[in-house]
Design a protein around this ligand. Sequence first.
Ligand SMILES: [Zn+2]
Length: 475
Amino acid sequence: MSPVPPAGTRSPRYYASIDFDALWREFPPAPHFFQSTWMLSPDELRVLQNERFLRQMQRAWQVPFYQRHWGAHGLEVGDIRSLDDLSAIPPFSVHDLREGMNANPPWMDYIGIDPAADEPVPLILQTSGGTTGLPRPMIFTPRDREVMNIITGRRLYMQGVRPFDLIQVALSMGLTNGGVLAREGIWKYTGAVPVMTGSGAQTPTRRQIEILKAWKVKFLVGFPAYVRHMGLVARDELNIDPRSLGVRGLIVHLGTEDRASLEALWGADVFDTYGCNECGTMAAECHHKFGMHVFEDAFILEVNDPDTLKPKPVGEKGVAVVTTLFKHAAPMIRYNMNDVTALAPGECACGSRHKRITAIYGRSDNMVKLRGVNVFPEAIGSVVSQDARTTGEYVCLLDADAGGRDEMTVQVEVLQAGGERAAVEQNLAVRLKEALGVSIKVEAVERGAVAKFTGLTETSKIKRLIDRRQSRSPR
Ligand SMILES: [Zn+2]
């Protein structure tokens, strides 16, 4: 190998690959964003979205995945003339992305970058948190990544983060995007300082708490189950009242987990956030905690019927279908996330008219049909975490009985060993029946016992449903 590179070889430079002033005019970072795009009227937002959408469509037509997917549905370039035609575009889901997986990994056909032909730019690769087989790669260009970082900065600003605050990020650092993306956004666009403790496997929970206390961490980013676990370890094992630690905000994907008990445990505000590996943060609560505002200058978020994919009225549950307005690599046009949510009614007191969604109620493909009733494991968690005798930790075990009928057992961790167990089992079974409309068996187990199923202290990708039916492939 020659130490001297051949003539013509060059290494692309990150800061030369973006016109930052133009980028910041188009996607204002905080705090400027809150005096500009944030306050646009719905009509003004629509004009802005329409222009960006048409540009995004132009780019998408260059991507082999869309040529194939849209071509198969008979869509032609001239068919989409404005945002009004959005519903004519056939949606896709993660299953469609997988079809193109093996062409030339990791340069999947949905990414639209060809190393053999394209000018080099600095790229980042992160993946989905695949549980079986190879994870699904996603590649980001500098500008794609900066927009995502700007949005991270905006959401943290509106949740109260300010320069020199310390933000502890208890999300895995590795192939999956969550932890890495949080670090970039905090570092580049808030002035706060990320403290990357990672998951419990990377920094043991007790050490996480010691760091949080010693360095006076102000915000904690993590999955709600792990944030709750940290609080309980502090309180019950280290004799540290989490409320005394001065943490102001817990930044989580709340889903249907119980906000009140988590806020009471830590004496801090819980802020719900919605994002994905492919797009970063798409929506987040402002300090009024009145639904998650969609960052509509970067995303179009539809809430549609899961079967017909027609729009759902405000307040009714459907699946989130996302269209990005900024991505060069892997633009997402009507990506059916299969996450169940609803558009939030009313107007937020912050004055922004950006569309809001309620909570994420679960994944439609994680839903289990028990005796004709649709059950989300996440909804079970919501009931469990309201019972102060539990740690909030649970796992749903799905089995087929002798007659082939599906049966679900929920294992729930209780704080106290001994006599309380029977009472917890009985009470929770009654409350689950009330909340879900179907009988589910409850088994109280000792603290820490479900971690072997969920991976709570090992990973950010916590499992709540274990499908043990013989005939099914593992979820
Ligand atoms: Zn608001």
